[in-house]
Write a protein of this length. Structure first.
Lengths: 266, 448
């Protein structure tokens, strides 16, 4: 039985300024699955995250990314987000003068409107999303992530601590309800309490309809968010795949030993 | 709508005869006519600004063809109804009714509506069109009209204005009277290939408080037109004035605006200039801090698109000790638009303990738009604090990407970023109506 996967990366080659970063990535994520993508610095992990989200600086030279069977490489970043793709940024950007509440309202409105349009196009009915519902939803999710009310009135990521920025990313994920979430080094810069809050938030948001791709350097995050699949990426290729035990092996051996083993085997 | 030309208007061209014809048509007191004629002589004696003049170095007026324009129009014939004028501004986001202390409308060269709340008139407040003010309150107006804040000899265009001003508004608030609701003046121009001259004269006596909103606009026409505005703000001891000017002339207009405020002891001015319209704008905006502890907050927002050219020249003139000026002008530019900002903080000898701040920031949204910024200090006292900052920056692509990655389309992302850029200034104006107007004006300019 072959079913169209929810999310499928096939033989993906990506360059930036003529330098090839990804050299043939293959990856499938289906609903209910959590995948961890681990690798040393400079292996291409964040490039993959950006390419999935549609960053304009990267050039896909070969291969495809399909989402429910549709090639998304020609879609703009906002169209991808509206279809249910989400990237939690490693370094969320600061945008002066734009309040969290205003930004979130616009993001949620655009994503919800697109979703409603699709439902209506398929013959269903969709209720309009009211500002009142938005405020209620925002309060709910903020309290889940232990965020202070004043957060909403602050400017986007301005003056946020590392932990606050990551929490704000997960808040956006909570409000946008993506089908595929890519979390890029969400654990970096977090102390242990913040890591716990953020992980609990992600675990609470995870559902059988959704897939998660966790990008991380360390095993640490995987103690809190448990993947079924682990992929090791080095020099732009996935070099090993396995279950959760692979992450432990990696933690014990380190990237250099894995690299040496692979070299010896080839 | 095309206004019919009267015999006076038919005396085309800017000339002494046209000055006489205008004055006669308005049946003005002799002193008014004499002042006009004296100003005309001054105009003739002054050279046009040259690009060798520092203030005009980046500002080219060679495209202005005065000889193709009539100096005034619309003295008779069909004028738009006040209701239609107000509705036009309301659509643009400037509200008019209910929330106002008084209203005054100028259409081309004529005053078509003037009204002030009866209670205020009872307290001695005068708010009327300038022509009526000259006829009915001659001594009072004469003392302030183009004598000190902006005298006729100020420059070529100011002299022309003194000779050919058409209408505008006069506000007088007596000692100790405080008016919360705004006095609203509107000026609209519809006659083709003509000129509108509008003048705002405000006099606040000791301890008086007022809020004035000037809004200027016209539909874009094919051939050029002239708009000339002078604003004179006189703030007596301890008085407080909030002044907002929204300029949205059609894209055919060559706009020259000169404003000076004179602040007495403990007076507070909060001004905001919003520049959206015209093909060409030259704003000269200054505050004379003449009294101790005076405070001038001078804010500016401009957004240029297409081939618009905006020049903002600001003056913070510290003439007394212990005064504060705080200026923030922010501009966005797209398409092929150009802007020049130049600002001077001038601290006179003896103006010790001056606290002056000047900031100009520009956000350039296209490769072909350009902003120049030239801050300047001239300090003749030794115990002062003067700071200034100027930047020209572009939209950061990572900001746009971040917003798009959250489902926000490109144009809306631009709008959020531009609005965020202006936000600090918008937040400094504690008037909801103006904040709302600015937000919608920014959205329109971005293209939503």
């Amino acid at each position: 039985m072959s079913q169209t996967p929810m999310f499928e990366i096939e033989n993906l080659h990506v360059s930036i300024e003529d330098k090839e970063i990804l050299k043939g990535i293959n990856l499938v994520v289906n609903p209910g699955e959590i995948h961890a993508l681990m690798g040393p610095n400079g292996s291409g992990k964040s490039t993959l995250a950006y390419v999935i989200a549609g960053h304009p600086s990267y050039e896909v030279t070969e291969g495809s990314i399909r989402y429910f069977g549709e090639d998304i490489l020609e879609l703009s970043p906002d169209e991808r987000a509206q279809k249910g793709l989400f990237l939690a940024f490693q370094y969320p950007t600061v945008i002066p003068g734009v309040s969290m509440a205003n930004f979130l309202r616009m993001a949620v409105k655009n994503v919800r409107d697109a979703r409603a349009e699709e439902i209506v196009a398929n013959g269903g009915t969709a209720e309009p999303f009211t500002p009142r519902e938005f405020r209620k939803l925002m309060r709910e999710k903020m309290s889940m992530l232990k965020m202070d009310d004043s957060f909403a009135t602050r400017y986007l990521n301005e003056g946020f601590s590392g932990g606050e920025k990551k929490r704000a990313e997960i808040l956006q994920m909570a409000l946008l309800e993506p089908r595929l979430a890519v979390l890029d080094e969400t654990d970096s810069g977090l102390d242990i309490d913040a890591l716990k809050t953020v992980s609990e938030g992600v675990n609470e948001l995870m559902n059988p309809e959704m897939g998660i791709l966790l990008i991380t350097h360390y095993q640490r995050l995987l103690n809190h968010i448990k993947p079924q699949y682990v992929h090791i990426v080095m020099d732009g290729r996935i070099v090993r795949q396995g279950g959760p035990e692979l992450a432990h092996e990696l933690e014990a051996k380190g990237y250099e030993n894995i690299r040496a083993e692979l070299a010896a085997a080839s | 709508m095309e206004a019919t030309l009267t015999a006076a208007e038919a005396a085309t061209g800017f000339s002494r005869e046209s000055v006489e014809a205008l004055s006669a048509a308005k049946q003005e007191p002799t002193w008014v006519r004499d002042a006009r004629l004296a100003a005309w002589a001054t105009y003739e004696s002054l050279p046009f600004p040259q690009r060798t003049d520092e203030e005009w170095r980046r500002t080219d007026i060679r495209g202005l063809k005065l000889d193709r324009l009539t100096p005034f129009a619309g003295l008779s014939g069909e004028a738009p109804s006040p209701e239609s004028v107000l509705a036009g501004f309301r659509d643009g986001g400037i509200s008019d009714e209910s929330a106002r202390a008084g209203v005054n409308i100028q259409s081309d060269a004529s005053a078509i509506l003037t009204d002030v709340h009866a209670d205020l008139a009872g307290q001695g407040v005068i708010f009327t069109d300038l022509g009526t003010a000259m006829a009915e309150h001659g001594d009072l107006v004469r003392k302030y009209f183009m004598t000190e804040a902006v005298p006729a000899s100020f420059g070529k265009f100011e002299a022309l204005h003194a000779a050919l001003w058409q209408s505008g508004s006069f506000l007088y608030v007596p000692k100790g009277v405080s008016v919360e609701l705004p006095f609203r003046s509107f000026a609209v121009a519809s006659a083709p290939e003509s000129s509108i001259f509008t003048h705002t004269l405000v006099v606040l006596e000791e301890g008086a408080e007022a809020f004035v909103v000037d809004a200027f606009g016209s539909e874009t026409q094919e051939n050029q037109a002239l708009a000339s505005t002078i604003v004179e703000l006189n703030l007596g001891k301890g008085s407080q004035l909030r002044y907002v000017q929204v300029q949205d002339w059609g894209r055919h207009a060559w706009n020259f605006m000169t404003e000076r405020a004179i602040l007495g002891n403990d007076a507070t001015l909060n001004s905001l200039h919003v520049t959206l319209g015209s093909k060409f704008t030259k704003n000269s905006i200054g505050s004379h801090l003449r009294g101790q502890n005076a405070l001038a907050e001078m804010l500016g927002i401009f957004f240029a698109d297409g081939d618009q050219f905006f020049d903002n020249h600001t003056w913070q003139l510290h003439e007394a000790p212990y005064a504060t000026s705080d200026l923030e002008f922010k501009g966005a530019l797209k398409d092929n638009a150009r802007s020049v900002y130049s600002g001077l903080i001038k601290v006179e000898e003896g103006a010790q303990k001056t606290d002056a701040y000047q900031q100009n920031r520009n956000l350039v949204l296209s490769r072909t738009a350009r902003a120049d910024t030239i801050p300047n200090l001239e300090i003749r006292a030794n115990d002062v604090r003067c700071t200034h900052g100027a930047t020209v920056s572009q939209v950061v692509p990572e900001h746009v990407f971040y917003l798009q990655a959250r489902g926000i389309p490109y144009t809306e992302a631009q709008k959020l970023i531009v609005e965020g850029f202006f936000r600090p200034v918008i937040d400094r104006i504690p008037v909801e109506e103006i904040q709302g107007f600015l937000e919608s004006a920014i959205a329109r300019k971005v293209g939503i």
